[in-house]
Design a protein around this ligand. Structure first.
Ligand code: URA
Length: 438
């Protein structure tokens, strides 16, 4: 097979066979196709698209480029959850222990944050001693023992996706629904879970802002999962304002512990319980999502979910005293307040702007491999729709560098918009694909 012929075929609107896609991905992974040819192919795909069959073939080829985990020896359906990324999005760290406490094994491989969105692994690594760099064997053992383990993406899984994503990132070819769906689903398929809940974020703080594209991505991923023998449900949820109040790694861990204690922000608890209910129904643990949601609310009230979270953290090296005394988590040196300039109703708290400010303070990365500061970030005091008086505190900014704090202070003012009319706020959920139960 000649690579150039396949590039020309796609450029001219033709369809690639599963064999041709398998060849391209495995040769690229081996280093036998130069980046310039792969870039040309990606751009051809960007403009010509991939049909359903090609998208599934690409997913399979990416998944098979590395190790494929197999939990069949567990004799139980293993669950996984993925978010397309957002600001203050800590749902995984509430949902995973909840679902595990309900008796469903959860095996979660997560990424680190990049840009204005945070990553689950960074949040966990803000707990002193916690390690997400588990050997695959240890990860599987912990899922078997505790029903729950969370590890960082490794090169042993979907290496071709890592290489392809790096190329897409610098060739303007990230924003294609087929490429995004295949990239996400290949990692889910390789990670071995049989039941997958996908949280597709839509809004200013997500990489998808448009309803049609969000549902297209949700539907594409559900279809791929089905074709590859997995149970999948996608939920399209809001990411216009940050989730909860805290944005920043250790600050979010504190908020997660509060939610698991039944004392956290209601949007985080509500969304985690709602999505978890779908996951319990998907694995057949309950008859419908509502029954699952009732069970999960009970597991927050009786402390079982918090106990599961602590067990997971301690099993992965996290220092238990930091979970009992949250002041032992990293703390920033300075805390500044930002106040409402006038009275009214909050019409907007722009998630993207808040995420960028948190990253500027050091909570996020601008480049892969950047060091992050676990202690810094933003803690909001309100949600969109709240009424505020002039001088009310809108947020606290936690930082370690006075100059950066000054810039952050200026930048964050632009995230808030206050109007005279009452604002309805944003719905938490826009839709479920496929409609449940299907
Ligand atoms: N997340 C992924 O894992 N891949 C994409 O292509 C986009 C978002």
């Amino acid at each position: 097979m000649r690579v150039l012929e396949l590039i020309l075929k796609k450029r001219d609107g033709g369809n690639l066979s599963a064999e041709e896609i398998g060849f391209l991905i495995s040769e690229f992974n081996r280093g036998n196709i130069p980046d310039y040819q792969m870039s040309a192919l990606l751009m051809a795909i960007y403009f010509q698209g991939l049909n359903a069959r090609e998208t599934t073939a690409l997913t399979a080829a990416l998944a098979e480029s590395g190790e494929m985990l197999d939990f069949s020896s567990l004799g139980a359906i293993v669950a996984d959850k993925h978010s397309s990324g957002g600001v203050g999005d800590k749902i995984t760290l509430v949902l995973a222990p909840l679902v595990a406490a309900a008796g469903v094994p959860v095996a979660k491989i997560s990424g680190r944050g990049l840009g204005f969105t945070g990553g689950t692994i960074d949040k966990l690594e803000s707990i002193p001693g916690f390690s997400a760099r588990l050997p695959v064997e240890k990860f599987m053992e912990l899922v078997r023992e505790n029903n729950l383990a969370i590890m960082a993406q490794t090169e042993r899984l979907t290496p071709a996706d890592g290489k392809l994503y790096a190329l897409r990132d610098v060739t303007g070819t990230v924003e294609n629904i087929s490429l995004i769906a295949a990239s996400i689903m290949s990692k889910k398929i390789a990670a071995g879970a049989n039941a997958i809940l996908l949280d597709v974020k839509m809004g200013k703080g997500a990489f998808i802002q448009n309803r049609e594209e969000a549902f297209h991505l949700a539907e594409t991923m559900v279809r791929i999962g089905k074709e590859m023998g997995r149970r999948v449900v996608s939920v399209v949820t809001d990411m216009n304002q940050p989730l909860g109040f805290a944005v920043g790694n250790a600050l979010e861990i504190k908020e997660i512990m509060a939610v698991l204690n039944g004392q956290g922000p209601s949007d985080v608890e509500h969304l985690a319980v709602l999505l978890g209910g779908y996951l319990l129904a998907l694995v057949g643990k309950v008859r419908n999502p509502e029954e699952g949601q009732e069970e999960l609310s009970r597991l927050i009230k009786n402390g079982a979910a918090l106990k599961k979270f602590k067990q997971m953290v301690i099993s992965q090296g996290g220092r238990s005293e930091c979970l009992e005394d949250l002041s032992l988590l990293p703390q920033a040196k300075f805390v500044e307040m930002i106040k409402a300039p006038k009275p009214g109703y909050l019409h907007d708290i722009d998630a993207r702007k808040v995420g960028k400010v948190a990253a500027l303070l050091g909570a996020g990365r601008f480049f892969k491999g950047d060091e992050i500061d676990y202690s810094v970030g933003v803690v909001l005091n309100h949600k969109v729709g709240d009424s505020v008086a002039a001088g009310d505190v809108l947020a606290h900014i936690h930082g370690n560098n006075e100059d950066t704090l000054k810039t952050a202070f200026k930048e964050i003012s632009g995230a808030f918009s206050i109007g005279e009319e009452k604002s309805p706020g944003f719905p938490l959920v826009y839709g479920v694909v496929p409609p449940f139960p299907s």
